[in-house]
Design a protein around this ligand. Structure first.
Ligand code: MG
Length: 346
């Protein structure tokens, strides 16, 4: 759902005011609607919080197993965003499309579930099947829950003037996955793209997007504790700028986020330019799926964080310093006018 529309619905139900940081509720340790997951103090167990999220997705790649892996990674991402890395329960939600033939059901559904379970195992989580239902749309998702002490949670509200902003996955997943589907369909968009990019280029771009979307944000969450991060969110449907704005609104201090770099998966800028779809991408508004964490931490720790992240991911994934936190009245986020767009090709 577009960010503006979601905000309008929330406004109309009077939920949105909970998104902005409330001066009067400074220390109640509660997150309701608006941020990535719920953080709920337990009334009868004072030292514990229930950290919980629910999310589900429609297929965006043709490979059901990969789709299961992307969905798992994306469901957990909202919990990783508050620094929580252990889970007590993960319920899987699957809806089988009523348009699938019996054969399609028999082939597709087990593969989706297999991908989901395989990645859950990697994350160290046992999965409960919540429900498998019929629906016009194929849906895969889950409900992730963790019972935590306060020390396990990094509330996303403590960014400070002078902090660095780090991003742990490259941008451009939507065009990267779409281009691959267009190539398989051999449609008009593919014909335009293929004038400048080879099929191997498109495959390479797609494979990078898949590697990124299936990569768990767990290492990033663990390093948030090691480097004493002040706030974080995960980058998904609102694009990096939308999520940065959302996080900025939630800060205790009067600060803004200035983004000066956008790391984008190789060839995605070219694909965007060919199709006239580069404006959103270059303005930080392109929709992402299972994106990285956007993390605020002390500037003097940012390089060590990025180096550590690269090492712990077996040099498979990079993190970059992409901006800084500055004192400001408006609690907003923006791209600097000289924002540097750079291609990531490994
Ligand atoms: Mg989120």
């Amino acid at each position: 759902m577009p960010e503006e529309l979601l905000n309008r619905y929330l406004q109309e139900t009077d939920i949105l005011h909970n998104v902005a940081y409330d001066e009067n509720k400074k220390d109640d340790g509660f997150i309701g609607s608006g941020m990535d997951c719920a953080v709920i103090p337990l009334a009868r167990h004072k030292n514990y919080f229930l950290v919980q999220t629910v999310d589900f997705f429609y297929p965006l790649v043709n490979d059901p197993k990969i789709m299961g892996k992307i969905a798992l990674s994306n469901v957990l991402s909202d919990i990783y965003a508050v620094g929580v890395t252990t889970f007590d329960k993960l319920n899987m939600i699957v809806s089988v499309s009523t348009e699938f033939s019996e054969l399609e059901q028999d082939v597709i559904v087990p593969q989706i579930v297999e991908g989901f379970l395989e990645s859950a195992k990697e994350a160290g989580i046992r999965v409960h099947v919540q429900s498998i239902s019929y629906n016009p749309w194929c849906i895969i998702g889950g409900i992730a829950s963790s019972l935590c002490t306060e020390a396990e949670i990094i509330m996303p509200s403590n960014a400070k003037d002078g902090d660095a902003i780090v991003l742990t996955k490259p941008l451009g997943t939507q065009l990267a996955t779409n281009a691959y589907l267009w190539m398989e369909e051999k449609n008009d968009k593919y014909i335009k793209i293929s004038a400048r990019l080879s099929d191997d280029d498109i495959k390479k771009t797609f494979n990078m997007a898949v590697k990124s979307m299936t990569f768990l944000n767990k290492i990033a969450a663990q390093l948030m504790h090691k480097y004493n991060a002040h706030a974080a969110t995960d980058v998904t449907g609102f694009g990096i700028l939308g999520h940065a704005k959302n996080l900025a609104r939630f800060q205790k201090d009067k600060i803004s986020f200035a983004l000066n770099k956008l790391p984008i998966i190789t060839n995605v800028v070219t694909i965007g330019e060919i199709l006239g779809q580069d404006i959103k991408l270059k303005s930080g508004r392109a929709v992402e799926t299972s994106g990285g964490l956007l993390i605020c931490l002390s500037a003097d720790k940012a390089k060590a964080f990025c180096d550590d992240f690269f090492t712990l991911s077996n040099k498979e994934q990079q993190a970059w310093v992409i901006g800084s936190v500055k004192s400001a009245e408006d609690r907003d986020a923006y791209l600097q006018h000289n924002v540097e767009i750079f291609e990531i090709d490994q």
